[in-house]
Design a binder for this molecule. Structure first.
Ligand code: SAH
Length: 507
């Protein structure tokens, strides 16, 4: 047991779907548990944080199709806990809000097993907030009720006290209620709620595919049917729903619901993924290349030991910086080795990587095309100098060639390599065919080449609505080689530039 494990079983809330809505404690338990028993979650991405040897068991229910009855789930949790392993029982939203966590807790107490509850943000609060609906507001209501909408309509006596809900001004939040929407609306009106009371439906709340609609008690059943509204949705009833239009911050995100494929190497993708997610896009990570160390670093070590000969070192990528410094450390050296040398960074991200290591680059071009870079370097007196370019094993030769032409003595030093990721393109193909993908982004020629290794040009041609987005002209030329024309090309050849171009395309 680690210090994180104050109990044997953790009943953990996974929140409503947006990964940012998971609590720190929940993440800690997911990362350290030995056994993960999870339900149908609004976001199953969290499972990738489990330890590699974690046993992952799905016991969820989806629309009434139970994979395992509740008593069997209880037995499973107790059995697994008895083995002495740390069990995380992960549930959507909050485990104690319509999650049957209470029953599981009781079983654990009866079995004499220690447990801890990690509350989660419940959909009724979060999905409403993401649809611009505060569940309480002084102008409208003094209370909020969470109600199950899943009661059997033929049940003789309802556990729901419709006359109380009907008379109160409480905000009512129904879970699991889409199938019973006509019955819910009817009961509330019959028991005194005005027919024009606003009602909101929020589907897949907090996720990039969130949708919502606002109607009234009188019309909501017909409106929902007309739109073939489906679960999982919460139903919010009450005056607070009238704030939807005014406070609807999330659904205003400019790329909400747009499916965007990111082909960058996983280690490098976070900036692009983060920016797109923040704009509301549904990001599909599909790394086509992996950044890997070389098999042999002898050449790099020799170059490091002879570095004093150089007047200039030109870094062309963040990875070039990262792997060069790794090797410096491996031979017991650090940034001081650069002494009086001049250092160039081709691009702002590379410049940042240098600054993080205590180096302020002497030259960062404002445009990232080789001719422009060389002109800038010549202005700074690089002509005739010894120049080292640490970079990927296979890369474009334009910059070294141009510098050679300008009379420099250039040494190209591979410090890492990019390899094709051998993954299946099936999921992306499926998503493209289902019109869930609007853009595929390319941040280098190698992402293009490897993408077409995994997904054939013919497959892509079958989805003419999928737009290709390129980081700059070099990448565009590679896309054209495969017979496509990118609909989007960044004018600033950086990740922020690519994001800006995507945004502009959507306007
Ligand atoms: N324990 C969960 C609720 C489980 S019941 C919680 O606290 O949120 C399942 C119901 O929750 C669904 O039928 C739906 O009504 C609601 N729900 C869960 N996630 C949702 C989401 N992201 N958006 C809208 N409703 C959601």
């Amino acid at each position: 047991m680690t210090t994180a494990h104050t109990a044997n079983v953790f009943l953990v809330g996974a929140g409503p779907g947006d990964p940012g809505m998971l609590t720190l404690r929940a993440k800690e338990i997911i990362e350290t548990c030995d056994i993960m028993i999870y339900d149908y979650l609004a976001n199953a991405d969290f499972l990738k944080w489990c330890k590699p040897d974690c046993e992952i068991l799905y016991v969820g229910k989806k629309g009434g199709a139970h994979t395992l009855p509740q008593d069997k789930i209880n037995d499973l949790i107790v059995d697994k806990a008895r083995s002495g392993k740390i069990v995380c029982r992960l549930k959507g939203g909050d485990p104690y809000v319509f999650g049957r966590g209470g029953e599981e807790g009781e079983e654990l107490v009866e079995a004499g097993i220690d447990f801890e509850v990690v509350p989660g943000i419940t959909a009724g609060v979060a999905a409403a907030a993401y649809a611009g609906i505060p569940v309480t507001h002084r102008d409208f209501t003094t209370s909020v009720c969470f109600i199950t909408g899943h009661e059997d309509p033929t049940k003789e006596e309802s556990g729901n006290n419709w006359s109380v809900y009907g008379r109160s001004n409480s905000t009512l939040v129904f879970y699991m209620g889409v199938g019973n929407l006509p019955m819910i609306a009817e009961n509330l009106m019959q028991n005194g709620r005005a027919a024009d009371t606003p009602v909101a439906l929020v589907r897949w709340g907090t996720r990039c595919n969130q949708t919502s609609m606002v109607s009234t008690l009188a019309n909501v059943a017909a409106d929902a049917e007309a739109r073939a509204w489906k679960s999982p949705s919460i139903i919010v009833v009450g005056g607070v729903c009238s704030l939807h239009d005014k406070l609807n911050w999330f659904e205003k995100r400019p790329m909400l619901g747009k499916g965007v494929v990111v082909t960058r190497a996983r280690e490098q993708a976070s900036g692009l993924v983060g920016a797109l997610t923040g704009l509301g896009a549904c990001v599909h990570e599909f790394p086509t290349i992996a950044v890997e160390p070389l098999d042999d670093y002898n050449e790099v070590e020799t170059a490091i030991l002879q570095l004093a000969r150089c007047q200039w070192v030109v870094f062309t990528s963040v990875n070039g910086v990262k792997f060069f410094w790794n090797q410096l450390a491996a031979v017991g050296l650090d940034s001081r080795i650069f002494g009086g040398m001049q250092i160039a960074a081709i691009g702002p991200a590379t410049a940042d990587a240098l600054r993080e290591r205590g180096i302020i680059p002497d030259f960062v071009p404002d445009k990232y095309v080789a001719e422009h870079v060389v002109a800038g370097l010549l202005e700074r007196g690089i002509q005739g100098n010894d120049v080292l370019i640490p970079r990927a094993k296979v890369a474009r030769e334009v910059l070294p060639e141009e510098l050679k032409k300008a009379g420099c003595n250039v040494t190209v030093l591979p410090v890492y390599e990019t390899k094709l990721v051998q993954s299946s393109g099936e999921e992306i193909e499926e998503a493209m065919k289902n019109e869930a993908i609007q853009y595929v982004t390319f941040t280098s020629s190698s992402t293009v080449e490897n993408f077409f290794e995994l997904i054939t040009p013919d497959t892509l041609r079958c989805c003419p609505d999928v737009k290709l987005a390129s980081i700059g002209p070099v990448t565009t030329r590679t896309i054209e080689k495969f017979g496509f024309k990118p609909a989007v090309e960044a004018t600033d050849y950086t990740i922020p530039g690519l994001v800006e171009a995507l945004l502009a395309d959507g306007k």
